[in-house]
Design a binder for this molecule. Sequence first.
Ligand SMILES: [Zn+2]
Length: 453
Amino acid sequence: MLLVVCIIIGCGPKHGDQKKIPIAPAQSGDFLSQTNNDFAFLEEMQRVAYYNKAAFPSFGEDWQKILSEDFLNRIADVGKKTKEQREQARNELREQIRKLPERRLPTRLENPATYFLVSAVNNHIFDATKAIGYQLPTIIIGTLPTRSANARSVPSPSGGRIIVLNTGLFNAVNRFVKALAPVIKIMNSGNMIELGVSLQLSRHLARPQSDVFIRFLDVGLEYLQLSSGEDYMLPGEYLQFHYQMVTAVESFVLAHEYAHAILSHNTEKGDSKALGSSLANDRWMEPEQALHAWIQELEADRLGTKIMLSSVSLNKSVAPEIMAAAPDIALQLIDYLDNARLMYESGEAMAVKPAMDSPEMSLYTVAQNCIQRKKSVNCLLPEQLQSVHRFSDHPPGSLRRDSIRAFCKEEGLFYEEKNRIDIGSAFAELIQLMWPNTVRVYAEVRRRKPPVK
Ligand SMILES: [Zn+2]
């Protein structure tokens, strides 16, 4: 129950004291990090991330106490009108928290709420990977306490992989899907469900005074730490959609990281200290290096989508139609946050999609043709891109979406099935409609930005 509550209202602790980093050991062996090298490595990365990029307070050995103190009021009172109702909800929650230690946490710095959520998704993705016949290295997962909204995989000391997910990702997914839930119409048609958004409704919702517009905006502002991101409770009728879409988006993110591991892609190497501080940051690359990285990202998106869609038959809690929409939603969300940051930091308003003649589009075209192994295609960097000063380490989300769609079409995967209204396109349309006003707000926020000291 606690985990469902967390997914509904969000269970990341809010901004806290960065100095409170637990260092005292618990009972030896209480945490896997005390007896296992891979988990110890993960714990060290988490510790460095707390020091360098702390945005969410750590939990550490006090996690039960923190959950009780920090979450009890926030969670238990939501939607409860009378004192008796609140008291009963608090007692139930205390009981849930008391039972949590029966499940083992991997490290002393793991966030219990997000860890238990992502573990459930991880089990399904692991099983789906096995079911379609891939051999996997040993993979362990953990969360980093930073606001970044991404995940990475790095080599572990034992030769396997550690997948780390930044806490900001869970927060942003939760808040975005919450903003999106009231926009989506869910209709039953035979065995299928149809997910739709009317254009008329989108136009209405995209107005700057609409709640939906304000909520989308707030997710971006919270990501940039310009808003405290007050959480709110969704009306009951949207909870099922919210739960399923959050799970589906997390499934895509994890499946993408699994794909990197299966394909033995290069990942960042280094000791736990260097990794702990670098994994939360974006990386910019020289063109040559970026082409290599983009090819790997597009490959991981393709295989990740296949794994994620295979997990549908194992994870009955998410409707296939919702799972199929998840890559689109996940990538648009990441794009939205990236663009928000760019607008705030540089004042540059990105187009929702890179222009046909942009360097990004050219690099993407080479990478995409290369992974599709079209005849007469080489995977070399075109001359005109050699002078471009830098690229992001990931292709823009809008182009990754195109690539996934092309792949699903090639493979005849569910994603392109005709009788499903394409929720991803509808979401894209909504963002597009909101974009001019979003840009205006960011220009204003930037104008008021305090000067850098
Ligand atoms: Zn990747």
